[in-house]
Design a protein around this ligand. Structure first.
Ligand SMILES: NC(=O)c1ccc[n+]([C@@H]2O[C@H](COP(=O)([O-])OP(=O)(O)OC[C@H]3O[C@@H](n4cnc5c(N)ncnc54)[C@H](OP(=O)(O)O)[C@@H]3O)[C@@H](O)[C@H]2O)c1
Length: 147
């Protein structure tokens, strides 16, 4: 981080982001240099960063959840499919809409090689999840320890 801070002071780097770090590592980095974005593994069923995202939002730091749709082993759950069907959406759209719910600092970058999926994923930004459904979704993934 010290080298990156020096490069930033010299004007060679404008902004610095972090990826795959624990809360302790993030706090340590932030003591050295301003951080504008954190990208960590986070999705409906992988919730280690639940508390950390809010802390970052309070300080105006963006958070990009990677593998938002479970990456190489796409998300599959009968419960999620039922919820999606009840809202006239696909499970992937619900998984993305859930990520956008809690905090304005979330930057979503779902990967796709399909134009159809890209369109579906964009529509997820317009989905409103009712609070009782949100509670069911929240209970699907237990927050884990760490960031
Ligand atoms: N910082 C890091 O260490 C790190 C690590 C991993 C990933 N990332 C980043 O995170 C981002 C997302 O990662 P990712 O693309 O690997 O994982 P992802 O977004 O969780 O999942 C992509 C998978 O979901 C499928 N998919 C996407 N939209 C869909 C839809 N509407 N319906 C059904 N299936 C759908 C895709 O298949 P189709 O192609 O068929 O749509 C693909 O198999 C990328 O920008 C990546 O660079 C960062």
């Amino acid at each position: 981080m010290n080298v990156l801070a020096e490069l930033q002071q010299k004007g060679l780097i404008r902004h610095i982001g972090l990826s795959k770090l624990t809360p302790t590592q993030i706090a340590e980095a932030r003591r050295i240099v301003p951080i504008i974005c954190v990208q960590n593994h986070y999705k409906l069923v992988h919730r280690a960063d639940d508390a950390g995202i809010e802390d970052l939002a309070r300080d105006g730091i963006a958070y990009a959840p990677f593998f938002p749709l479970c990456g190489f082993t796409p998300l599959q759950s009968a419960e999620l499919s039922d919820i999606a069907a009840s809202l006239g959406a696909t499970p992937m759209q619900i998984a993305l809409a859930w990520l956008l719910e809690p905090s304005a600092n979330i930057l979503l970058i779902p990967g796709t090689s399909s134009l159809k999926h890209l369109r579906e994923n964009l529509q997820a930004a317009r989905l409103q999840i009712p609070s009782e459904v949100l509670a069911n979704l929240n209970s699907m993934g237990k927050p884990e320890k760490g960031f």
